[in-house]
Design a binder for this molecule. Structure first.
Ligand SMILES: NC(=O)c1ccc[n+]([C@@H]2O[C@H](COP(=O)([O-])OP(=O)(O)OC[C@H]3O[C@@H](n4cnc5c(N)ncnc54)[C@H](OP(=O)(O)O)[C@@H]3O)[C@@H](O)[C@H]2O)c1
Length: 240
């Protein structure tokens, strides 16, 4: 499969989990990838694995919640490649009430999920507008999808806020830049603690009876969306 040969995809949160799985899966289909995360060690492991199977990625260590880092990420990327897609995958999860959560955790979830995601969209919107059919894909959560009843008990106010904000962000970006294809994928629990290449049994071992969506289901949905295969969805709520 080499249908993504013309794609250059910026993936945030690529040091582990779904971000790493996306980097691997999209590069296997021929995409050039730009990988962003704070943990240099995890990021370099992703680079090592991507390089073994697909086009050499560009890796940038930095926080999307830090204005200076976002500026550096943007400058580094645009000096080298012309991105055709941005996947806003980086996120921080927090479970608990405001009484239980440390203020630093509350700030981290909101700074990454709201401020960081917006800064990355702002930084790459001009490049996506200039691309032939630029795609901005947000990774949302099914429990914070449009119409899903608000329940902070299974997550938290900051996580719900950050994830529900993605719907607002997508609608606003479509108004501001109608030439950019803006899509949001709302996910159920995903098998992100288990590697993309692990056999199905390790998914069952790690998650037991809990219903989780294997990472491969998510990566193929994203790969097909990038390749223009199947329905051109704007919002898609996946189920496990
Ligand atoms: N896991 C689930 O069951 C589930 C369910 C619904 C939706 N989702 C969504 O799916 C996406 C992927 O989930 P996951 O389970 O793979 O998450 P994860 O394992 O927690 O990984 C999150 C990634 O985001 C990065 N990150 C966090 N803060 C960052 C920052 N300020 N700047 C740059 N990178 C940052 C982390 O890397 P560093 O720490 O190295 O920066 C890491 O690579 C997220 O958007 C999540 O909300 C997940």
């Amino acid at each position: 499969m080499e249908e993504l040969n013309d794609a250059c995809v910026v993936i945030t949160g690529a040091s582990r989990g779904l971000g790493r799985a996306l980097a691997l899966a999209l590069s296997r289909r021929g995409a050039r990838t730009v990988l962003v995360a704070r943990d240099a060690h995890g990021l370099h492991e992703t680079v090592r694995r991507v390089s073994a199977e697909g086009p050499e990625p560009i890796a940038i260590v930095g926080s999307i919640a830090d204005l200076k880092d976002v500026h550096r990420i943007r400058e580094t990327v645009l000096a080298t490649v012309a991105p055709t897609a941005l996947i806003n995958n980086a996120s921080q999860f927090a479970l608990g009430s405001l009484a239980e959560l440390a203020p630093e955790v509350v700030a981290g979830v909101l700074e990454t999920g709201v401020v960081g995601t917006t800064l990355m969209a702002q930084a790459f919107l001009p490049a996506l507008r200039a691309a032939d059919s630029g795609l901005l894909l947000n990774i949302g959560a099914r429990v914070a999808s449009p119409g899903y009843p608000l329940d902070v008990s299974g997550t938290s106010l900051p996580y719900q806020t950050a994830k529900r904000y993605l719907t607002v962000l997508a609608a606003a970006l479509r108004q501001e830049a109608p030439e950019v294809d803006v899509a949001t994928l709302y996910l159920p629990a995903i098998g992100s603690a288990v590697d993309l290449d692990d056999p199905a049994e390790s998914l069952a071992q790690a998650y037991g009876e809990q219903r989780v969506l294997p990472l491969t289901a998510v990566t193929s949905a994203v790969g097909d969306r990038l390749a223009g295969i199947g329905m051109r969805w704007e919002e898609w709520v996946l189920s496990a």
